[in-house]
Structure formats: C-alpha cells, structure tokens
Design a protein around this ligand. Structure first.
Ligand code: S3P
Length: 425
C-alpha cells in the first residue's frame, strides 16, 4: 500500500456538459445556422442532439466536437414522430421540457431507468401554471412526460429548490409567453442560460435573486467555443490537491463563478489553486487552472455553497478522506435525487474502503486522513460521477480495487480512465 501519487504536467478536459446541452438546444430555435466548437461528445449531450433532430432540426457533426446546427427559428420546430429518449440526462428532459411546453404539438419524453426515478414535478408544476398541458407517471411526478404545449402565459415563480435546470426551462418557455416570466431562486445557481440567451439577443435581466425574460420573436444564431468542464477537471484537481508535491495545469476550463465552489473549498483545505491566462469565450470566463497540493485539513461546507459545487461533492469527498479532521457537507439534500442517491453512494463505498464517514439527511461527513484498505468490488450505482470519484479514490489511496460498472462514465467524460492512468503513472 502506498500514499497518493505525485501528479505533474498538463491536461485538458472535454467540453462543459451544461453549456454543450444549452448550445445545442438554443441553436435549434435560433434563426440561422449556429456553430458550436468544443462540444462535449458524450452520451448525455448526444441525447440532446437526438432530441433536436427529432424536432426537425438538421445537426451536422463537422467533427465529433464541432456541430453545425440549422436553427429553425422559434416557431419552426416540428412534432417529433416518436418518443424522445433523454437517456440518463436530467438536463435534456428538464430544460427540454421548457422548449417542448411552448410548441403547438405533442411530445413524449422519457429516459433510462435511472432518469425515470428522478423528480419532474419541479418543472411540470410551473410549466402547467404557464398553461402547458403535461401528464406524467406517478401523479405527474416521474417520466415519461407527455407534453401538449403552446398558449403560454407569463408568471412570477419562486422556485422551492435551487435548480438551474428548472430556472432554464422556465426562462425558455418565457420566450414564448404572452408576458414576461420572472424566476426567483432561493440560492444563485449556474447562469449559463442567462448568458447564452442574452448573447443571442433575448431580453433577459437579473435583479437580486430574480431573473426576468421577456417574450421574443427571434434569436440570433450562436458561434461559440465551449470551455472545458470544471466538473470533469474536478477529479484531477482533487488528486493534485492531496499531495504536497503535485502540480498540474488543467487548460481552458470554464470558471464561471457559479461553478467554482470546489476551488474555494480546496483552497480552504490548504491546496493552492490559481488561474492563469484568464480569458472570455462566448460570454463565459475561461482560465487555465494551476493546482498545487498541500497538507489538507478538514472544512465545513455550508448550505449556501452547495449550488456552486453540487456536482463536485463526490470528488470533494476524495480530498476529504485525505484531509486531517472531519469534513462536513450540509444543505445538500439535492444530492439524493441526482443520477443516484449520491449521499448514500459515497458513504457506503467509502465505508467499504475503511474511511470513517456517515450520512445526514441533507449531507455527509468524512474523516481523514484515512488508511484505505483493500475491499471487494465497489458499486458505482450506474452514476458517472460516483464511478470517477471511486477510480480517483483508488489512485489516491494507492490500493487497487474493482469498480465493475464504469461504462456510465461515458455519460459525461469518455476517455476519463486513460487520462487518469496517464496522469498518475
Ligand atoms: C445542471 C444543473 C444541476 C446539475 C446538473 C446540470 C444544468 O442540476 O446538477 O448536472 O446544466 O443546469 P439542478 O438544476 O437539478 O440543480
């Protein structure tokens, strides 16, 4: 058994998943041909491409990561001939519902067994209040969703949970409503939708915790380069953070301040993370992130920080297992309804590895530094971020163990495993 490896060198990660989904969807309703470079070529985002194709939009893959999308204009989509399959992708079904709810035709959208267990009432309820007709399984709570759209009214809506997906769905539907739509969020969430729709000419403005969009007639096409996904970079940043002699540079990462919560927490733990070559691409801040490790100490992650690192908690727990003391994450009940119940998935797997840890209804604690012990196969629960966190944990702990289901990694980061092997060799 050995300690964490020393990481050195440079790496780049695939395009941002949230921005790639949005670029494909929003381009579909623009007037004219959009161009998206750095598109994330992964299972989730390809589901969005299939969805827009089934709505009559021509999408040409110039290369796996460059798309040309023949926008049909806001009123040019056509009724999908069959059920739309969003696969594992919550972003496709939830943000997609905002567009479908505005169309004067019938759409049925579903997903894989994991997605069909995830809550949809959060998006159905406000869209129904706007005037869409939506039926769903289990009392209008679970996919499939059957949507007959059109004739939408403006609303003011206070979201009960902080969700960028719900906010985005309502803002998109608002482009088609008869009056402005205002969405109030309990905590600020990622604002890629606001930035992108603004760049396409929509009238969209924030005041305090409220975002308002006005009805639109047309959107201009996009010509964007998608930055690298900080949620994918997270695993390498954490691995570099846990060894004082590590230093890596992750090139061209999106550093939208609503997405960089993990960096703030790793800095508090004692890692040195800096930006180099800061720039802006397609209205999003981008930088190279230089990460140097340290002797990490445990921290408390507060509820207000959660939206800024919601997808990074599995990676953060790897750092927590090597930090001195008890790291606590609270106010993160949303993690129970992600691609898996991530609170339970992290705690049961870390416990199997001999890490002291436990659950709260709305979070977890992890105590370090842990001596990782060999164990039987670990269960990714078909969740890409759990699988990647476990593989990173194996490297950090210096103990080989088996994660049988890693195919799910292709959801967001095809090529993760060879990159991990290269960096930790
Ligand atoms: C996303 C928002 C978050 C995040 C998800 C992607 C987005 O979900 O967890 O991976 O692209 O808007 P919620 O909106 O459910 O918080």
């Amino acid at each position: 058994m050995s300690g964490p490896p020393i990481l050195r060198g440079e790496v780049s990660v695939p395009g941002d998943k949230s921005i790639s989904h949005r670029a494909a969807m929003f381009s579909a309703i623009a007037t004219g041909t959009g161009r998206v470079r750095g598109f994330l070529h992964a299972e989730d985002t390809l589901r969005t491409v299939s969805m827009v194709r089934s709505l009559g939009v021509r999408v040409e893959a110039v290369s796996p990561t460059e798309l040309r999308i023949g926008g049909q204009g806001m009123r040019g989509l056509s009724e999908p001939p069959d059920v739309i399959d969003a696969g594992n992708s919550g972003t496709t079904i939830r943000i997609g519902s905002g567009i479908l709810a505005a169309q004067p035709f019938l759409s049925v959208i579903t997903g894989d067994p994991y997605l069909r267990r995830r809550p949809m009432a959060r998006v159905i309820r406000p869209l129904v209040r706007m005037g869409a007709k939506i039926l769903a399984r289990d009392g209008d709570r679970l996919p499939p969703l059957c949507i007959r759209g059109g004739g939408l009214r403006g609303i003011r809506y206070e979201m009960p949970v902080a969700s960028a997906q719900v906010k985005s769905a309502l803002l998109l539907a608002g482009l088609y409503a008869d009056a402005p739509v205002t969405v109030m969020e309990p905590l600020p969430t990622r604002d890629h939708t606001e930035r992108m729709l603004g760049a396409m000419g929509a009238d969209i403005a924030r005041e305090g915790n409220a975002v308002t969009v006005r009805p639109a007639e047309r959107l201009s096409p996009l010509d964007v380069a998608v930055p690298g996904d900080i949620s994918s970079a997270a695993f390498f940043l954490v691995l570099a953070s846990v060894h004082p002699m590590s230093e890596i540079t992750v090139r061209g990462v999106g550093v939208n301040p609503h997405r960089t919560g993990l960096l703030a927490v790793l800095r508090r733990m004692g890692a040195d993370l800096r930006y180099a070559d800061e720039r802006s691409e397609g209205g999003e801040p981008v930088a190279d992130i230089v990460a140097r490790g340290g002797e990490l100490v445990a921290v408390r992650v507060d509820p207000g920080e959660i939206p800024g690192l919601v997808d990074e908690v599995p990676a953060l727990c790897v750092a927590a297992a090597f930090a001195r003391g008890r790291t606590e994450v609270r106010g993160a009940a949303e993690l129970r309804v992600k691609e898996s119940d991530r609170i339970s998935a992290i705690v049961s797997n870390l416990a199997a590895l001999g890490v002291a840890c436990g659950e709260y209804p709305d979070g977890l604690w992890v105590e370090g530094p842990a001596a990782i012990r060999p164990c039987g196969p670990l269960d990714s629960r078909g969740d890409h971020r759990i699988a990647m966190a476990l593989l990173a944990m194996g490297k950090a702990g210096g103990v080989p163990f088996d994660v049988p289901d890693t195919a799910c990694i292709d959801t967001s980061f095809p090529g993760f495993q060879p990159l991990l092997e290269r960096l930790t060799r």
